[in-house]
Design a protein around this ligand. Structure first.
Ligand SMILES: [Zn+2]
Length: 424
């Protein structure tokens, strides 16, 4: 973790502020600027945790913060402990502890035994994700909810892993994706929070959007790829310093398109290829349209690349789809509060009905895809190749990147779609 101090800026400062806020040491706005208010919060935290109160967040302070970032600790059982007393101490439930320790035999917890004790939320909903934070959260979710499967579908241009999470053991498979586009990363927060809430419902024997979570777990396998474009997201959300080669290479690409703000207008992967214009579904048509618009070379958005599937990120999701048996896909984008279900004249059985049910559940509108963005998308290819329901959900409303303050509204609007996508 980065060493942070007065004057530091960026996503790690946001993570610090978000974490201190979680435990009520920081009451200011999360702005990614390490100012006096953040410094005072750090000093209070350090005093409370027996650390040297120097206001600098180095290894020891990060280590003390880590349980609150991860949402669990490894706890060494003491002679007088019971599961009940441990749960009380960490303001959690016995059920949560049992879930996180599947090999635990209730009758024999013994001194010096090491238990995973989960507490609090893991997933970030008040700051933007960079890929590191997502990876940390996925690791924590896997420890707290060991019944999920995690892995990688492939790697980005810069060698970052593109993770997936699988929840469920049913024959029926569905796929949900987010952040194909770099400046749409609020969709990553959405899918990550869905994973956490669904897992919690499964673990506690509860419901999600009115459906019995364990039953859903047993009947459907939901595959989630929460960040298809980690390099692009990292660029937009400040993971690369402004003197880095990566940042400056992207800036140079962007300089040919001065009307597009940098980096906030960046949608492409780090090569300047739009990953959602890369699929063998009328790719030539997409090329013709986008070239006519002036996107004839690597660009912050709308460059189709030099051929279909030239980019490792689009190839990874394509291969992932080919090696599974998805009955339905949701591809999350922002914005517009719209649902797209069509490609050319394909009308997969049930797709329009499902789109209308999604619209009822979300308050979003079933819409026709704008002609100029109607080709070579992942959803387009899926519909063309399988003639099965595939949807683009344009979540939220406003100008991209949407502010993270829209998170709660977007989650509440989309939880029905996310559950019904597996049920229908
Ligand atoms: Zn998009």
């Amino acid at each position: 973790m980065k060493v942070l101090f007065y004057g530091s800026t960026g996503p790690y400062v946001e993570l610090l502020q978000s974490t201190l806020k979680k435990i009520s040491f920081f009451l200011g706005n999360i702005d990614g600027n390490f100012g006096m208010r953040t410094r005072n919060s750090v000093i209070n935290f350090q005093n409370s945790f027996g650390l040297i109160p120097d206001g600098i967040v180095g290894t020891n302070t990060w280590n003390a913060l880590m349980p609150y970032i991860n949402g669990y600790i490894y706890y060494t059982v003491k002679p007088d402990d019971s599961l009940y007393s441990i749960a009380e101490k960490y303001n959690t439930s016995i059920n949560n502890i049992i879930t996180a320790n599947p090999s635990l035999n209730l009758s024999i917890i013994y001194p010096d035994q090491i238990l995973v004790v989960p507490f609090g939320n893991i997933v970030l909903t008040n700051i933007n994700y960079i890929s590191n934070f997502m990876d940390m959260n996925i690791s924590s979710l896997k420890i707290v909810y060991p019944f999920i499967e995690t892995g990688n579908i492939g790697y980005s241009i810069l060698g970052d892993n593109i993770p997936y999470v699988k929840i469920g053991r049913g024959q029926k498979q569905v796929l949900y994706t987010a952040s194909f586009h770099a400046n749409e990363s609020i969709t990553t927060n959405l899918l990550m929070k869905f994973i956490e809430n669904y897992c919690y419902s499964i673990s506690s024997g509860g419901t999600i959007y009115g459906f019995d979570a364990k039953n859903l777990f047993n009947t459907v396998s939901i595959y989630i790829v929460p960040m298809v474009n980690p390099d692009g997201v990292n660029l937009v959300n400040g993971a690369f310093s402004q003197d880095s080669t990566t940042y400056n290479r992207a800036k140079l690409i962007s300089s040919n398109f001065p009307a597009i703000p940098f980096p906030s207008g960046w949608k492409a992967n780090i090569n300047g290829v739009d990953l959602n214009l890369q699929f063998p579904a009328e790719w030539e048509k997409a090329k013709e349209i986008k070239f006519a618009q002036g996107y004839t070379q690597p660009a912050p958005r709308d460059f189709v690349g030099y051929g279909p599937l030239t980019e490792p990120e689009s190839l990874a999701i394509y291969n992932f789809a080919l090696t599974h048996n998805f009955r339905l896909i949701l591809t999350y984008h922002t914005q517009g509060q719209e649902i797209y279900w069509q490609f050319l004249n394909y009308e997969p059985e049930g797709a329009l009905e499902i789109a209308n049910i999604f619209a009822d559940a979300s308050g979003y509108t079933v819409a026709n895809v704008p002609y100029e963005s109607g080709f070579a998308g992942f959803k387009d290819w899926f519909v063309q190749n399988y003639n099965l329901p595939g949807f683009t959900i344009e979540a939220g409303i406003g100008e991209n990147p949407l502010p993270i303050s829209q998170f709660d509204e977007i989650y509440n609007d989309n939880i029905g779609i996310l559950v019904l996508g597996a049920v229908l």
